[in-house]
Design a protein around this ligand. Sequence first.
Ligand SMILES: C=CC1=C(C)c2cc3[nH]c(cc4nc(cc5[nH]c(cc1n2)c(C)c5CCC(=O)O)C(CCC(=O)O)=C4C)c(C)c3C=C
Ligand SMILES: [Fe+2]
Ligand SMILES: [Fe+2]
Length: 343
Amino acid sequence: MAMNKAKTGVLLVNLGTPDSTETSDVRKYLREFLMDPRVIDIPFLSRWMLINFIIAPFRAPKSAHEYRKLWTDRGSPLLFHTVDLREKLTEKLDPKKYVVSIGMRYQSPSIESGLEELRKEKVGKIIVLPLFPQYASASTGSVIDKVMEIAQGWQIIPEFSFISNFLDHPQFIAAWAERGNALIKERDYDKILFSYHGLPERQILKGSVGGYCQLGACCNKYGPSNTYCYRAQCFETTRLIAAEMGIPEEKTVNCFQSRLGKDPWVKPYTDEVITELAAQGVKKVLAFSPAFVADCLETTVEVAGEYRDKFLEAGGEEWDLVPSLNSENIWVECVKDLVESRA
Ligand SMILES: C=CC1=C(C)c2cc3[nH]c(cc4nc(cc5[nH]c(cc1n2)c(C)c5CCC(=O)O)C(CCC(=O)O)=C4C)c(C)c3C=C
Ligand SMILES: [Fe+2]
Ligand SMILES: [Fe+2]
């Protein structure tokens, strides 16, 4: 007689977002987010002073203003696209074999509540998918850290599988190419710009065991020696999307956005690249933001708003952002494959 096998739980985790655009909620979110030592990796007391004397009083009201530009009837896009992704993935997976929940690394719904939903279903195995294509300690690493911290308190720890990155998954690449091609069909662009979330350089160097990454030309090749170098992962994603779309490499440009503070972050910086492109006479830019799988503050407000304004003010004429993967069918298929290949 065939044995009934326990279901596999799938936990989809995204970064998280404030509960509302009230400054108090944004402050609460920023406090939790930026007190994470993997995000701001400086000594506790310095981090605490930075959050309480600078971020909470000055940054929170500014960020709340930005979040108001992003907010929709369904709240924050980052959250509702993750809810939709869960729903569509659940429809595609065999209900006898899988149960899917979601968790946000910061604020709600929490990772803890997502794991509890799975435990109630008595799952035999948990696959954790941090929704960050390229591994970074500040994103994927922090999610894994939190899940392990929670599981420490359990009597029974089931089998876990953590998906650390998917920057080169063929369906992830095809999904971006499909989104980009829809715009390229309409219009000719001079440059295709890929803007990734930035990181302090020291975070990459700290992970560079044996000094394999020098933040230079070494990141232009991706392979077994630098699997987790964030910069190399980003460059590889660009190369693969460009190849899938038939775009020559010299038409592409990589850059890193959203730097915070005075320490050096990974280069080149998106705002500086924009000024240089405009000065070179580039008029039409198509921008991709493939460090995010859902539209969020960083894409809709920063890339499609702030950076667009900057480019147009500097003499550019056209700046379009490729919408994120959100809960597009081809992306749901990719997530299904990521999950089934770990089951
Ligand atoms: C030291 C600061 C930060 C690091 C390091 C960092 C890494 C990092 N972040 C994401 C993804 C997202 N970040 C988002 C917003 C955001 N990020 C930071 C700071 C750091 N991020 C701040 C302060 C904010 C809040 C907004 C602001 O005040 O400017 C978001 C958007 C969330 C939303 O609600 O829409 C995402 C997503 C990754 C993947 C990453 C490491 C690679
Ligand atoms: Fe961030
Ligand atoms: Fe590198």
